[in-house]
Design a protein. Structure first.
Lengths: 457, 457, 457
């Protein structure tokens, strides 16, 4: 992959993405042990590591800041959390696995009977060896997560509980990586960074987004690309509440996550259902994964819940492999490196790149010579000896000319003509050069200068 | 079935409607012998019996009143009608069957040869034991209907013919039962009351409409319900000509008839084809009758011909079992109590009730917090411990919030989400209580006070 | 076929068109030997022969006239063209077959080695006995076309080449046959006349168009019909550039060509895709050829490329049998009288006639009595004795009344009602006579007087 064309150049197969997949794999290993939550040092350490790979702008939003119907919560940090049993033996310890502590647990230092302790212990009866992932962001509570097997082995007696955590005025932290393009129109890529030691959900999303950003930075894109790394739900809500200008520039978007398991690629359409990104996904994914699935929007899942809320309604889809809750290991300690593999990651990278590439190249044109065909031979665009059927490129020229009324973009022409998008794009380039076409970017703010994102207050 | 929730409460199966079906059956027996036509004492007697069960307002419209391209005809009444044969034997007698006399026959007292009589005798060669149903409302004529077998047995000779009828200035009679609801928006239920001793067509329609009205009167509906019992064609034309205000309030409607035979439920869509009532029928009928059929509008049939004429175009469908003319017994003496049964009637009642229930509950809402999801936990609407997948009710909350843009009603949300309508309705209730939604009745005259129906002039 | 009703009367089967097919067959034989190109005497001789059968207005457009992105080329004529071999033997001679010379070959008189001659010789390796059809209208060049077998037999040596042609200021020639109708709305029929001795492409198109014009001239059509006989591409471009007024009157159109081979009828939709002519083709063709194909628009093919260019976008489809390039003999000497037959021609004629007949009769109406049904009995349009189901004609009356809102035409009513178009048309006639309908021609210039076609400059 060369530095200049990179992601936006020729079509690449998943195999072309093995190097980036390997880098993503290493990044995921570095990030795995960190105890992340929706606020606190875990997120900051994650973004710091990410910032070694791609340029990030960090944003810190104070606790208590109102964001639509919500407010930024207090910042949560934890130094240690454990339970000692009746004989002083260590039952669970946060240092062993970041899932052992329910996220946002309040500080506790107490000795409790097993009966008193019991309501604070979470396990998965159906999967006795897995630790569940539990949170209590908005109700003051505390809890530990452990395997069902460990839970069942607990004997009556007194248990020492220690949660050395703080819930205090602080900040919610998120980061952006912005890749400026020839136009201010933006492609938004959103991924959540709040999950502790869970691999598919969502170290894969973070690593894939970072790899895409890294490639784009070596390209010269038409669109501008904004990558947002933020905690789930409250992070997207906070970002939306503070970024009216960027929101207005979003032409396409993807929520990325769960991109490393062995299930098929699954694209979930935007709330609009027929946004350009939805049509692109439908055009490109089957060529990359013959089992790829396209599913309709529903208001559950990840940050598309906020990005596609009725008052926001951005043209944003979601790309995952097996979606939330459709695999047993979801939100448990079994979502580890055994669940994901580098081949799947490479295929996910190729899929994202294909979507971005087509979105970047797609454009509607106006035929500047709309009455009858132009005499293409005059421009060197048609063979001189007639009588034979035109070839694919000549067909592409005719299709682009015939359909370019300023409304139908290359994607629509590809859908109608059944010609390859890349051939149509080359034909459009040739016609542009011959001054027979004019690009017609649909956005009303296409000439608006890029507004830099507000700095951290 | 309790007095308060009645028809509009929980989903009921056909079995729940057996008591009402039995009452309907008795009512049909009382009405069967009456010699009805489009005007006259037969209609008045019918409405008087109906008035013992439900409160009716009667309307008498004078003969000669212009109604669109028509005028109200003279009133027809008959005291006796018979033919005596050459040996003085009684050939046909209105007292034996109300079908024996062609409706609107002019008065006759004459002795005719068989040859002269013959053009006035109607029979069914293909069904030699059935008496046909014939009318001549708009051309002065007279006639008798008899079995083919009887007709063929007639010998040459002189026949004494007596029709002691009157055609005179009088009135066209129809009745309304109005059930006021919380809003002035109306659900119109129309059924014809002009047929003589024919059971399926249309004593079943009359009896089902009466049962529905009776149940609704014990409910507290959102919509107002107007039941119109009127002669076919000229009755709906007359009603439409005199009720501009009520017509303007009609949001949904059903023409009811032919609801007792053993054929499958058949819903005929409104002229619009995608009216709310059409979509409701498509949503609820298959659950009540797995063989239920949904057919497109056509400008034949019953009073939907007028209600769906291009200048009226009301969102009114028609519910029958086997439609007009698709069963051999249609419009003959074989349309009697052997053709219909109480099980079918109960199923028809359940089907009507299901349509009315969904129409009454259906509503479009505006999400008052459309940017991002509201924090549902704040309103007690979401479990506090996170990490697990939301349940069906939480999904319903999210769907209602996400789709409630003031355009999409609960029905549309049910169609898109595939969640049960009742669950979505409960979710909407909970969100209303939390002040996160506002109902958005689409009608332009939603706040208009109910205008009482004009009295008989 | 009678003189008055002719084409626009009752439905005709292909068998009814045998006489016209035979006449077309004779015409094709007369036209076959002529060496035609996009300009010159070949076109003039062709139009002169055509003018013996139907009244034609000829147009001569001077070389150099700008027509959109093109200009009318110099006029090409040729008196002789041949090659003599090393032993003086005649290798190819234009007198033997008009395909032997590449169209628009520049004048040549030279002696060349086989090596020098070779780039100017065109053949078909896959079909060693066929002569290809080649042109070089816009690049000065010369060439001969011959069979592969002849080409391979050429021995090294000197070849005498003679092309006695002229390329000079002159004219492009085309002709129109105009059939005035009751309204100025036009049906455009376009066929190309530039191909030399090729039978299916396009002597069949010329002969079918001439037969249709001949029949229409004996009818009294509603629409006006304009037949244009012009060279392909540059001819339609020239016609479009000079006929703004006629273009504005086009309501429907057909490009005709390739109508004699034994393949199925193939209708290619207009660029609009749902123009009335597209819907008519879909309604009538299957009844004439059960294997008829309906295919979507694409910007290749014949003069529909110009007529359906985005700035023109006329509602014009194309009728062929096997389309361009989908049969091996296309654009070669094998496209001769063995490829076509009179039965196929007759079927093509019947298909064109069926399209024209329905277009001519189709109309949208406004129901003048839109509230409720009119009382049809009053107008003698309904039987007086009621109680029986209405018949097909009565159903047609009800459908026309119910749907006639000024938007839906008879074709749309036929599509929705599944009643025969002819029955609906009769019903509309009866309702018109009863003054219950008013025709509503959709065109904005329906009352505009017919503008006579500009004369030859």
């Amino acid at each position: 992959m060369t530095a200049s064309s990179a992601l936006l150049g020729e079509f690449q197969t998943p195999a072309d993405w093995i190097p980036q997949s390997n880098e993503a794999w290493e990044l995921m290993h570095k990030l795995y042990p960190i105890c992340r939550s929706i606020t606190g040092e875990g997120v900051r350490r994650t973004l710091a590591i990410l910032g070694e790979r791609i340029p990030l702008t960090l944003f810190e939003v104070p606790s208590g800041t109102p964001v639509f119907d919500w407010e930024v919560p207090r910042e949560w940090n934890v130094r240690a959390a454990w339970i000692n049993g009746p004989d002083g033996e260590r039952i669970v310890d946060l240092r062993e696995h970041s899932l052992h502590l329910m996220s946002y647990s309040t500080p506790v230092r107490a000795t409790l009977s097993l009966e008193e302790l019991r309501p604070h212990l979470h396990a998965l009866p159906d999967h006795p060896d897995w630790i569940p992932y539990r949170t209590s962001y908005y109700r003051e509570d505390w809890g530990f997560c452990l395997t069902q097997r460990r839970l069942e082995a607990l004997r009556p007696g007194n248990y020492d509980v220690c949660i050395d955590s703080t819930l205090s005025q602080g900040h919610l932290t998120y980061a952006e990586c912005f890749v400026p393009g020839a136009t201010a129109d933006e492609f938004l890529i959103f991924t959540h960074v709040c999950h502790p030691s869970l691999c598919n959900d969502n170290l894969t999303g973070i690593a894939v987004a970072a790899a895409l950003a890294s490639e784009l930075l070596r390209s010269r894109p038409q669109l501008s690309y904004r990558f947002v790394f933020a905690p789930g739900t409250i992070g997207s809500i906070t970002w939306l509440a503070r970024n009216d200008a960027a929101v207005a520039r979003v032409r396409h978007g993807l929520v990325l996550g769960l991109l490393g398991d062995r299930g098929p690629l699954t694209y979930k359409r935007s709330r609009r259902g027929n946004a350009i990104v939805d049509r692109i996904a439908s055009a490109v994914l089957p060529a990359i994964d013959s089992g790829a699935r396209l599913v309709d929007f529903s208001p559950d899942g990840d940050d598309e819940r906020q990005l596609c809320s009725p008052g926001v309604n951005l043209p944003v889809g979601r790309l995952t492999r097996t979606p939330n809750n459709e695999y047993a290991e979801y939100h448990s300690s079994a979502d580890d490196f055994s669940l994901v593999d580098r081949t799947s990651l490479a295929q996910s990278l190729a899929a994202c790149a294909a979507v971005l590439r087509m979105a970047d190249r797609n454009c509607a044109y106006v035929n500047l010579n709309p009455k009858c065909e132009p005499r293409l031979g005059k421009y060197g665009l048609f063979r001189s000896v007639g009588g034979r059927h035109p070839g694919e490129f000549e067909h592409a020229l005719l299709w682009v000319l015939n359909q370019s009324d300023g409304e139908r973009d290359l994607l629509a022409i590809a859908e109608r003509s059944q010609l390859p998008f890349a051939t149509l794009a080359s034909a459009a380039d040739a016609l542009l050069e011959a001054r027979l076409l004019e690009p017609c970017r649909s956005s009303s703010n296409k000439d608006e200068p890029h507004v830099s994102v507000g700095s951290n207050p």
